[in-house]
Design a protein around this ligand. Structure first.
Ligand code: F6R
Length: 595
């Protein structure tokens, strides 16, 4: 995923663009660039690295002009090089483009453009857009006509902003986000409200298959027009964006990741509050579906939440749901029809694999109920029922508060499915208090991270509903602290993984005092006998644990939520021990909008 931004208005564009890019850096951060237009002349600077580094080295925010575009990149087409960084100018320099997404037919378009004398200096599919726009501009008309012709040729899923030599901006959206910030005589075109939240809280969510132009207006301000891809005028509606977006600063916290971990006691209380009735509507879909025809899907952390859903919904709601990893959806024996229901879990609502699974379900006639944090996301727009996680913007690349919000959403839907039978599900206040208790133990976790700083292998084990938590714990340790970590179903230990246990290993046992407790303790003893160090995450002490991470006891259904919190903290502090940046893990982007 990349971030794109454009600005046209009365102020200097470059500093506004750079501030917006800093805010959106979580979307992708391997390279960055800005282009501006002033007096009919374009200036462009770009480079490899984070926004602050490239800005310092190349003075992005000093480029002249009151119109400009900018980009942070997460490489898909072509390596991380300055040549591949955006913006990309066309051969003559008449058009520059920043782009998020994929142009599927770029090779074919590039070949035709090269045959027509256009030159290319990068490996990206983006350069095809700028050259195609130049070619279509040369065919007659202005930026609007060029956009209509070019958009008719592009295949794929994308959003882009183009800047033309006359200072006109044009931006198109096709299955990738594009939002217009409406300021005083100014417009910002961005992938994310965070790109413009400092400038305005008025926004237009551009429709899928629409494009906009922003050109110098008669009275000195900029003028916005909205069109369908065929050039027909489209309606636009200005909406207020939530004030909470303006609050996306780290505040007193060293990192967004820590802030978001610490926000969990509040976040779990707000789940679904922005979508009243959605849990009941999702439950009604599930209840109405024939047995064996309810699926739940997600990627990464959201898939781990889907695995928890399987246990919670059967145990507390009496409904069998089949979890399918979104990336495996096209290759799995899924049999869906008009009676089927797909529950889709996604923080961003923009993950290509999840959107692909939802699209396949819709095509089969199934109903889709999604649980998303970004309410205007593509997944939300394509779902029959949308429940909001409502946990506020999650900027840290690793999912933390969105995971616990997903678990709470699963509780709420299950409570509605069970009507009268869901009494064992914990109340939000109890979950919130349990997480607060976990956060109070941070000093101990920090010390544990220091002890583990040189560890190379961590195995996390749990049985039943605790296995998905083990998988999620391992994912956090991998992506934040770059430690080799594996989540293992506890009972599988003796079927292979025991061979890996020795003095160099840490084994984390997710071991609350429920029906899995005794068997997990036995596994811990077997591991300890091989010399590994044991960390027990449990409400009961045991002599087998070298380190005991205490979780609150008594409420079985709340265990999965409380178990993950100390591991989130451990992964965060271990990242600090290893001098890794927890907010921006290497090679990752917050949401993966390519398949
Ligand atoms: C892990 C992580 C990823 C995401 C995955 C799905 O910490 O952040 O594994 O969970 O890419 O993202 P969403 O939930 O936005 O679909």
């Amino acid at each position: 995923m990349c971030s794109i931004i454009g600005y046209a208005g009365p102020a200097g564009a470059a500093p506004i663009l750079v501030r917006g890019l800093r805010r959106m850096e979580y979307r992708g951060y391997d390279s960055v660039g800005v282009a501006t237009s002033s007096g009919g002349k374009m200036s462009l600077e770009k480079g490899v690295g984070r926004v602050s580094e490239v800005n310092e080295a190349r003075g992005l925010d000093a480029l002249p002009g009151t119109v400009g575009i900018g980009h942070t990149r997460w490489a898909t087409h072509g390596g991380v090089t300055r040549a591949n960084a955006h913006p990309h100018s066309s051969s003559s320099g008449a058009v520059a483009v920043v782009h998020n997404g994929i142009i599927e037919n770029f090779a074919e378009l590039r070949e035709a453009l090269e045959a027509g004398g256009f030159s290319f200096s990068s490996e990206t599919d983006t350069e095809v857009i700028s050259n195609q726009l130049q070619s279509d501009l040369e065919a007659g008309g202005g930026p609007k006509e060029a956009m209509v012709r070019t958009l008719a040729r592009l295949r794929g899923r994308y959003a882009f902003v183009a800047m033309f030599g006359d200072g006109t901006l044009a931006a198109a959206r096709f299955h990738r986000p594009l939002i217009v910030g409406v300021g005083r005589g100014a417009y910002l075109l961005s992938s994310d409200v965070l790109g413009f939240v400092e400038q305005t809280d008025d926004a237009i969510y551009v429709g899928n298959g629409d494009f906009v132009t922003v050109s110098p207006g008669a009275g000195g301000g900029a003028e916005l027009r909205v069109f369908g891809f065929d050039g027909s005028p489209a309606r636009r509606q200005v909406t207020k964006i939530s004030k909470e977006f303006a609050d996306t600063y780290k505040g007193e916290y060293a990192h967004f990741t820590l802030k978001e971990i610490c926000e969990q006691p509040d976040a779990v209380l707000r789940v679904g509050a922005n979508t009243p009735g959605a849990a009941a509507a999702a439950a009604a879909l599930v209840r109405g579906a024939p047995a064996g025809s309810v699926y739940v899907t997600g990627s990464g952390t959201s898939y781990n939440a889907a695995l928890v859903a399987k246990h919670v919904m059967l145990r507390h709601g009496g409904v069998r749901v089949e979890p399918i990893m979104s990336s495996e959806f096209p290759h799995s024996p899924v049999s869906m029809d008009g009676g089927s229901v797909l529950l889709a879990l996604s923080q961003s609502g923009e993950t290509a694999d999840v959107i692909g699974a939802a699209a396949a379900a819709k095509e089969a006639g199934a109903r889709v109920a999604s649980v998303v944090n970004v309410m205007n996301s593509s997944l939300a727009q394509e779902s029959d029922v949308v429940m909001g996680m409502n946990c506020g913007p999650e900027i840290g690349v690793a999912a933390t508060k969105s995971f616990t919000a997903q678990l709470r959403a699963i509780h709420e839907v299950t409570r509605e499915i069970a009507v009268g039978r869901g009494g064992h599900l914990p109340r939000p206040g109890a979950v919130s208090a349990a997480i607060s208790g976990m956060l109070e133990g941070q000093a101990g976790i920090k010390a544990l991270a220091r002890e583990m700083r040189d560890v190379s292998d961590v195995y996390v084990m749990g049985r039943g509903v605790h296995y998905p938590i083990a998988a999620e714990a391992a994912l956090k340790l991998k992506e934040l602290a770059y430690v080799h970590a594996e989540g293992i179903p506890g009972g599988e230990l003796k079927h292979g993984p025991l061979a890996l246990m020795d003095e160099g290993v840490y084994a984390v046992m997710i071991n609350p005092t429920d029906s899995t407790h005794a068997a997990t303790l036995t596994g811990a003893r077997e591991i300890k006998a091989r010399g590994a160090r044991i960390i027990g995450v449990s409400d009961a002490r045991s002599d087998v644990y070298d380190r005991w991470v205490r979780i609150p006891g008594g409420d079985e259904a709340a265990y999965p939520v409380t178990e993950i919190v100390p591991i989130q903290l451990l992964a965060y502090y271990l990242a600090l021990e290893k001098d890794a940046d927890p907010d921006y893990p290497r090679n990752l982007a917050k949401s993966v909008t390519v398949e």
